[in-house]
Design a protein around this ligand. Structure first.
Ligand SMILES: C=C(O[C@H]1C=CC=C(C(=O)O)[C@@H]1O)C(=O)O
Length: 457
């Protein structure tokens, strides 16, 4: 096992140590979950609890988890980034002392995680200095599921805080600030040059090297004032409430794509691929016409089929039965519509697979990489011209029993070390019939949630 644990110092608000410590054996964690009064029902209620430092978030339609502070961080590197994280999480749990008075998914010990798209196998970007995977165990987690709300406090045994609502009161919560004027600029590949990258992808597909590749681009945002992640999270949770709004390790976004949810033996994956733009102010009638056009588009249906089969194929070894819909439905979002399929399966108890194991097996699906996987990943490394970092990688949470939820970090951005700088990402599935200029327009539409959340659009 090669995870690097970062034991917490003694922070009043649970802030991270940020330093590396290879040899320190972390203290066992003491975990306590208690029920708290129902939280207000508005969408951003959970997000509004967050302090401004390194907020952890996984919320949808007002339910989910938020966390802060760092009881422990487990950083992993290279191709073993998932397996090492899983082993380190299990070892942490084996020594933990847990009192869970609620007993729902997301109560008890929880780790939020984020993983890089690429395994760091090759390339100039991978210098071994930046982890390709991180699990963060917060000091405080607040969760809500329907009308049940809870709080979990997690602390190394030698740093116990008073549990329960007192932990909320102790949190230093600065007022949420807006980033001021935000300007956008080209990233590693300029927007005007990106269609040529797509054209190269199309050519390679037409030459028979592969069937589908997902190519992405970045846009760099510079804000007048430091970007407060809570500003972005609130707006995303309000404006994209059917998506999963996340914030882990500086990656923030509102993803419509659920890589996997594993809950009490039932596995769900929402697979998306195939997109049509939704113009601002489009009438409902026009939206329906667009939806019908998307549902009939052979190019989009082909793109979608690759993604669905990659998910079904990856889940199969872990499941005793599976339902793969015959045809996709159209998912309506404020900026785009997608072809979507909800794949459901029953976990084979003999496989003993956690949600993290399933996420590792599913990643990278053809919704973010391509078909065949290795050829597509190699082409991405060769022609995309940027470091995806954690864009399009798994992001989510895992609990003590291995159940959890992992999204794909899409419609996302990376908050920089300089808090005024943000990298926004968007990618498009490319097949033989793709048109580079139309893909550029599609990527612009996929950038809308983050640029809007920043106030740049
Ligand atoms: C890669 C992205 O979207 C994927 C998910 C849904 C639809 C997609 C598409 O139609 O190309 C992409 O496969 C992205 O948003 O950056």
């Amino acid at each position: 096992m090669s995870a690097t644990p970062h034991p917490a110092p003694v922070p009043p608000s649970g802030a991270s140590s940020g330093s590396r410590s290879h040899a320190i054996e972390p203290q066992p964690l003491v975990v306590r979950t208690t029920r708290i009064d129902p939280l207000p029902a508005d969408l951003t209620a959970l997000v509004d609890l967050l302090p401004d430092t390194r907020p952890l978030t996984w919320v949808r339609r007002g339910d989910g988890l938020v966390g802060w502070g760092e009881a422990l961080r487990l950083d992993t590197f290279g191709p073993g980034r998932f397996a090492d994280a899983e082993a380190a999480w299990r070892a942490t749990l084996a020594r933990a002392v847990v009192r869970d008075e609620v007993g729902l998914p997301g109560t008890g010990p929880v780790a939020f995680g984020t993983f890089a798209f690429d395994d760091g196998g090759t390339g100039d970007h991978f210098d071994g200095a930046r982890p390709e995977g991180s699990l963060v165990v917060p000091r405080v987690v607040v969760g809500r599921r329907g009308d049940v709300s809870w709080m979990t406090t997690i602390a190394p045994a030698d740093q116990l805080d008073a549990p329960g609502p007192a932990a909320l009161a102790r949190t230093v919560r600065e007022p949420v600030t807006d980033p001021g004027r935000v300007t956008l600029a080209d990233g590693a590949v300029a927007a005007r040059d990106w269609p040529a990258v797509v054209a190269e992808g199309v050519e390679r597909i037409q030459a028979g090297e592969l069937e589908k590749v997902v190519l992405a681009r970045e846009v760099l945002a510079t804000a007048e004032r430091p970007v407060d992640p809570r500003w972005v999270l609130r707006r995303l949770a309000d404006g994209y409430s059917s998506c999963w709004t996340f914030s882990v390790g500086g990656m923030v976004g509102a993803t419509p794509e659920l890589l996997v949810r594993s809950e009490k033996g039932l596995v769900t994956s929402r697979v998306l691929a195939g997109t049509i733009r939704r113009e601002p102010g489009m009438s409902d009638d026009d939206a329906l016409l667009h939806a019908a056009q998307l549902a009939r588009s052979s190019k989009d249906l082909e793109e979608h089929e690759f993604a669905v089969s990659s998910v079904a194929h990856a889940l199969e070894p872990f499941c005793s039965s599976m339902n793969v819909p015959d045809a996709p439905f159209v998912l309506h979002l404020p900026n785009v519509m997608h072809l979507a399929s909800d794949v459901t399966a029953v976990l084979d108890p003999g496989a003993r697979a956690s949600s993290l194991t399933l996420a590792a097996a599913l990643h990278p699906s053809a919704a973010v990489c391509g078909t065949p996987t290795v050829a597509a990943r190699d082409l991405i490394r060769e022609i995309e011209g940027m470091d995806r970092a954690r864009y399009a990688g798994p992001v989510g949470w895992v609990g003590a029993d291995g159940d959890g939820e992992w999204g794909i970090a899409l419609r996302s951005a990376e908050l920089g070390d300089d808090p005024r700088h943000v990298r926004l990402f968007a990618g498009c599935g490319i097949v033989a019939a793709s048109d580079p200029q139309a893909e550029l327009a599609e990527s612009e539409a996929k950038l809308v949630p983050m640029s809007w959340a920043l106030g740049a659009a």
